[in-house]
Design a protein around this ligand. Structure first.
Ligand code: M6P
Ligand code: ZN
Length: 188
């Protein structure tokens, strides 16, 4: 009978994944057109500046029913205008799929939005665990001065629907207003 050594490691302190089949995705300021409110400020920044990066483990092909994906995201500190660095955010393509996030380090905020465009946020601090129910868009924000890292686990057939967010946005944005982190409704 074989007893195998693990081939995959998750660092509890840093969130880093090491081992076979780890993929990586980087989001630079230049990649985030249409995400932040202040497009003039975004274009004035170094387009190669890294806003966040994702490491992921896909043990099965994307779209496979019944599997689970695992990843981490690190969002760097910074702002575009007065809006904190954040992920693109997405609904799941298969809308009835949920997800877990947990904060590893840094100070963050998780923004949720339902299909009626009702938006709310939850603080992310080291050890906080966040369940995203089905049919809820989710976006994460770094509100601190250090990189913010969180882990994620989601179904392998969930998929990312970025299009809806690009077209309609979230109905609120996390801005620094008078030195305070404020969830500001989007006027339209
Ligand atoms: C988490 C997971 C990933 C997602 C990443 C970045 O790690 O939800 O599926 O890709 O955050 O978020 P986004 O894809 O919205 O930029
Ligand atoms: Zn998701």
């Amino acid at each position: 009978m074989n007893i195998n050594k693990p081939g995959l490691f998750f660092n509890n302190m840093t969130g880093a994944l090491t081992g076979e089949l780890i993929g990586e995705k980087k989001a630079k300021i230049g990649d985030l057109r249409g995400i932040f409110a202040d497009e003039v400020s975004r274009l004035a920044m170094d387009q190669d500046q890294l806003a966040y990066h994702v490491q992921y483990y896909f043990p099965v092909a994307e779209g496979t029913e019944g599997g689970l994906f695992f990843g981490n995201t690190t969002i760097y500190p910074g702002k575009v205008g007065n809006e904190y660095f954040m992920t693109k955010g997405h609904f799941h393509t298969k809308g009835d799929r949920g997800e877990y996030y947990w904060c590893i380090k840094g100070r963050g905020m998780l923004i949720f939005m339902d299909r009626d465009r009702k938006t709310w946020a939850e603080e992310m601090i080291s050890g906080s665990l966040h369940y995203m129910p089905a049919h809820i868009a989710h976006r994460t924000v770094n509100i601190g001065d250090e990189p913010m890292t969180f882990g994620a686990c989601w179904p392998s057939d969930a998929g990312h629907d970025y299009g809806t967010i690009l077209e309609e946005g979230f109905s609120a944005r996390l801005l620094e207003v008078d030195g305070k982190v404020t969830l500001v409704p989007v006027s339209n």
